[in-house]
Design a protein around this ligand. Structure first.
Ligand code: HBI
Ligand code: FE
Length: 274
């Protein structure tokens, strides 16, 4: 049982399509300036628009041709093992349902807006495509090794809440940010959260919040870093993280490379406080 269901696209109501439209239009507005180029370009290429909830069957030919990924519908959250098995097969499970009008700003479970608008554009990127598959295989292994919490942090701080350097600016590629109206501005411009250069060992031991804006974002210098993560053996890194204390997201270490200037990658430096 892999939890996949029929999307039953024709069953979406007029109200549900209208919810999609509200979400889509306000998100495109905030992402025009803040999203990385691959995200924006893929969103333009894919049959994802304001007027209707996307039909997964129409996404798959393009996605498949570009990176070999497919999307499948599921009822909502699926067990970790099932989720990882899908990813390891280059299948991304998409929650079939859409949030209710009173949940526009936040809901805990991934719905079709988060999963399609947030995740699918980056699945068109070859590095993200390989990384997500490796994460699925690595997740199955992490379950056996008892280090699920650690590997989940890598997913959280890349796929869900990752930032990337682009033309000397910070840009959004994480789907948890890209599908959130308020966090798009917050992650780039607010002085409160810290933005640290991505470091695997640092990320493996950094706890995260699921119920508030992130206190810490990790920044890739380049998407090729995801290919490197897809290739390496995490085992020695798990061992290192297991022997270190877990860090709160607000924590700052001497070795952290901090992005000091708001919205800019200028001033990324090691060791600075405050
Ligand atoms: N199921 N549908 C769905 N989507 C997710 O993002 C998801 C999931 N199940 C488990 C899960 N994520 C995470 O807990 C793992 O990445 C650890
Ligand atoms: Fe997600």
């Amino acid at each position: 049982m892999d939890y996949t269901i029929d999307q039953r696209w024709t069953d979406y109501t007029v109200e549900e399509h209208a919810t999609w439209k509200v979400l889509f239009e306000r998100q495109v507005g905030v992402l025009r300036a803040g999203a990385c180029r691959p995200f924006v370009d893929a969103l333009r290429t894919l049959p994802i628009g304001p007027e209707r909830i996307p039909d997964l069957a129409q996404l798959n030919p393009l996605l498949g041709a570009r990176t070999g990924w497919t999307v499948v519908a599921v009822p909502g959250l699926v067990p970790d093992e099932v989720f990882f098995e899908h990813l390891a097969r280059r299948e991304f499970p998409v929650g079939r349902f859409i949030r209710k009008p009173h949940q526009l700003d936040y809901l805990q479970e991934p719905d079709i807006f988060h999963d399609v608008f947030g995740h699918v554009p980056m699945l068109m990127h070859p590095a993200m495509a390989d990384f997500m598959q490796a994460y699925g295989a690595g997740g199955l292994r992490a379950l056996r090794l008892g280090v699920l919490e650690q590997i989940a942090r890598v997913y959280w701080y890349t796929v869900e809440f990752g930032l990337v350097e682009e033309e000397g600016q910070l840009r959004i590629y994480g789907s948890g940010i890209a599908s959130s109206f308020a966090e798009c501005g917050y992650c780039l411009n607010d002085p409160v959260p810290q933005r640290l250069h991505f470091d695997l060992d640092r990320v493996l031991r950094t706890a995260y919040r699921i119920d508030a804006f992130q206190a810490c974002y990790f920044v890739l210098g380049h998407f090729d870093q995801l290919l490197e993560l897809a290739r390496i053996d995490f085992a020695p890194h798990y061992a290192h993280a297991s022997s270190s204390e877990v860090l709160r997201p607000e924590a700052r270490l001497p070795a952290d490379r901090v992005y000091a200037m708001r919205g800019s990658t200028k001033g990324a430096r090691a060791g600075a406080g405050g």
